[in-house]
Design a binder for this molecule. Sequence first.
Ligand SMILES: *Cc1c(COP(=O)(O)O)cnc(C)c1O
Length: 450
Amino acid sequence: MNDWTEKDLKYIWHPCSQMKDYEELPPIVIQKGQGMYLYDIDGNKYLDVISSWWCNLLGHCNPKINEAVKNQINELEHVIFANFTHTQAIRLCERLSKIMPEGLCKFNFTDNGSSAIEAAMKVSFQYHQQTGYPQKTKFMALTDAYHGETIGALSAGDCDLYTKLYKPILMDIKKIQGPDCYRCPYGKTRDNCTCECFEKAEEIFAKYGDETSAILVEPLLQGSAGMKIYPALYLKRLRKLCNEYNVHLIADEIATGFGRTGKMFAFNHAGVSPDIMCLSKGLTGGYMPMALFVTTQKIYDAFYADYNTGKAFMHSHTYSGNPLACSAANAVLDILEDGSILKKAQENAIYFNNIIKEKFLTHPNVGEVRHIGLINAIELVEDKQSKKPFDSNLRTGYQIYKKALMEGVILRPLGDVIYFNPPLIMERKDMDFATDVAHKCLYEILPASK
Ligand SMILES: *Cc1c(COP(=O)(O)O)cnc(C)c1O
């Protein structure tokens, strides 16, 4: 331990951490970031294959984003966003509107992902109140969902690790048994499925659809659930079902937006549009806390009236539409604009998935390797045949994480799911290195001979 870690532990309560774990593995003091790498104050370097909580999109200290933020900070750091505006926000929304799924055209800013989810829920509820459906007071979400940590967003979530304890203070949000392609209860595989599990959604809609304002989904990828991946057909069918019941479809693209799934947005795979989409994380390239929801003209119009009708959306956050964050987001779009980064990422995604399958599938405890875009997940199980998970008290994933850190790779598994969710700029040599380290650490913790 150096002076800095000692002081850190004296003052700082880290997010999503059992602080006692830090006795054994103190926080690493990072001094510098460059591209795929982070450097600590002792001169060690770490390959960041998790995009620093899935938000870093184009590498650390990307020269173009750095330049944009530096320029902006000399012009304007912040301004109240009611009655005032600024060119960075205007430019950003104009450019985003051109790449959104069809029909999404009105942008409302918040300052973190959870808040965007809550704002989307409120706007959906208020829409129905103002259009003659006061009975639509409920929300739905999928099992294993993750939508953030604030009370409303947490209520929509279904990962026990985060929600269970708080149930007594959470909203009652109806959970639909969602797709589970690795352990499909219908005995289907990814190749021969027609989303038989969608009947669960139909059942819940039949029961509660008329009282429901909106359903929230993480399209194609349930990240926190362990990078669970499901087919685009599910979203297509959900779109239809939502139309039948006048229920808003809220797409939580906070993790999937900006090329993570191989297309700009996960909903692009489905060829349909949600009514509301939430974005954060990659939006600013991982530079600044900013989020937004974007919605349709139709929803927007239901709020547009004389002031005294009380129909305005009276929701704000102090840092809504912050100019520095908008300048970073504009720089991200500058970089993505010509499509070359996305194209290269798609090509590299095939390479990445191939080497991961090659290196890991033969291990007796690797139950499944799944991928979408550059995101690859390796699910470890105690028994490959029965797909029985390890006892979570063994903290198998965490043991692998600690080993890999010593080897200079940040893995941070979700339970016993090892995953890679790297910046789009990851090169093949780094893919070789990251998978070699993960492979070595896996075999150290789980020797294959037993
Ligand atoms: C990270 C995340 C959120 C919450 O965003 P915060 O900025 O951490 O509040 C919500 N939904 C999904 C899918 C996420 O990955």
